[in-house]
Design a protein around this ligand. Structure first.
Ligand SMILES: [Zn+2]
Length: 136
């Protein structure tokens, strides 16, 4: 029991340690919606790996974190900001944006139109294939 807790705390420590670098990478803007002046938290893109991985972490505002909890329940305009983040130079941010668009394109034609214009490189496709927010 104590061991499990230790592990959990250690992991939480490592992940929050990414915060400083993420603040620099994101220029203190939410990496999905670009909100500024709001609280930003380290978010591990799912499924999380056994060892926390900086390259799978994004810096997000509370609003985006809430939206990611239930992507399929989003309203039509909730994710409009992805038209910006789908061009992010940070692979995991871009892949997450494209992943979300893929999830909602059946519901909202604007998402499908954005995807038609998206340019996804091979290595970004590989990252994209590893993302899943579905709780199994
Ligand atoms: Zn945001």
């Amino acid at each position: 029991m104590a061991k499990g807790l230790d592990k959990y705390l250690e992991r939480a420590n490592i992940v929050s340690g990414f915060g400083k670098n993420l603040a620099r990478r994101s220029k203190s803007k939410c990496e999905l919606c670009e909100a500024t002046g709001v609280k930003l938290s380290v978010f591990e893109v799912l499924p999380s790996k056994e060892e926390p991985d900086y390259d799978r972490c994004i810096f997000l505002c509370d609003n985006c974190i809430n939206l990611l909890k239930n992507i399929k329940k989003s309203k039509e305009n909730d994710f409009r900001f992805l038209s910006g983040s789908m061009w992010s130079e940070t692979p995991i941010v871009k892949a997450t944006a494209i992943h979300i668009l893929n999830e909602i394109k059946g519901k909202y034609s604007w998402a499908e139109e954005l995807l038609e214009n998206a340019y996804i490189e091979e290595h970004e496709k590989e990252i994209l294939n590893t993302i899943s927010f579905e709780v199994k």
